[in-house]
Design a protein around this ligand. Structure first.
Ligand SMILES: Nc1ccn([C@@H]2O[C@H](COP(=O)(O)OP(=O)(O)OP(=O)(O)O)[C@@H](O)[C@H]2O)c(=O)n1
Ligand SMILES: C[C@](O)(CO)[C@H](O)COP(=O)(O)O
Length: 229
């Protein structure tokens, strides 16, 4: 049963505030995107990788992939207006039975977490990495007034990869496009189909590089990992 990865990498990185989109920022002498791709290139259960990028970045990314010797990358496709559109573009060219969707800007997910996620999705069909929320979370209204405080014991901060049977995720995306669903992760589309999505515990170091402070965290995580090896 083959496993494919779709890497949405077509964002502008507005919150990072850098001229270069954050997925292409150099980190430890390699673009962040290459760090992320290398994780899946070296994972023994991954067979193919599809990357969705902005149209004007396709040539550059193909060159990066070739220079990095990433043999599992089968396609570099044009992403879309929203993250979900980029994922959908990637799904169009995927040929695997199982699919992992992973943000290009999460360069620290471990092989161990990916393996646990794959084990779970092959039993249940849909599974996502997430970590228990550490802070108290509140629902706040438009006026900035607290409306409610959900029970923290039931709150998880969702990460990627998110793993699905590929046909299930394709159906979920197609249904989402039919109803004009605007989602922030792929699991939301699968939940809309009434399918149970299982949570698999991830790692707090599996951060998404979103704002400049995350680059400071990234250095600390990298140093911590290097010392451990
Ligand atoms: N139209 C889009 C928007 C986002 N992404 C990708 O989805 C991942 C997570 O998105 P996010 O962190 O929000 O990235 P950006 O959209 O680039 O960030 P911002 O919202 O700050 O512009 C990133 O790898 C990003 O490149 C994508 O492929 N296509
Ligand atoms: C998919 C995701 O990483 C799960 O936490 C997150 O929703 C992506 O959000 P973004 O605004 O597209 O970065």
């Amino acid at each position: 049963m083959s496993v494919g990865v779709v890497i949405p990498a077509a964002g502008q990185g507005k919150r990072m505030g850098t001229k270069e989109s954050k997925q292409f920022l150099s980190f430890q002498d390699r673009p962040i995107l290459i760090h992320t791709l290398h994780i899946f290139e070296t994972h023994p259960e991954v067979d193919e990788i599809v990357i969705a990028v902005r149209e004007d970045e396709i040539g550059r990314v193909r060159q990066m992939v070739a220079e990095a010797g990433l043999k599992k990358v089968t396609h570099v496709v044009t992403g879309g207006q929203e993250r979900q559109d980029s994922v959908y573009s990637g799904l169009q060219v995927l040929s695997s039975e199982w699919v992992l969707v992973h943000d290009a800007v999460r360069p620290f997910v471990s092989h161990e977490a990916i393996t646990r996620l794959l084990t779970d999705v092959k039993m249940h069909g849909a599974a996502i990495l997430a970590v228990p929320v550490k802070d108290t979370v509140k629902m706040v209204d438009a006026a900035g007034i607290v409306e409610s405080t959900p029970d923290r014991k039931r709150l998880w901060a969702v990460q990627t990869p998110q793993a699905f049977r590929a046909d299930m995720l394709m159906e979920a995306h197609e249904q989402g496009r039919k109803i004009g669903a605007m989602v922030t992760d792929d699991a939301m589309l699968v939940e809309e189909l009434g399918i149970d999505v299982r949570v698999v515990e991830g790692e707090y170091t599996n951060i998404k590089l979103t704002t400049p402070d995350d680059l400071v965290l990234a250095e600390a995580i990298y140093q911590m990992r290097s010392k451990r090896l």
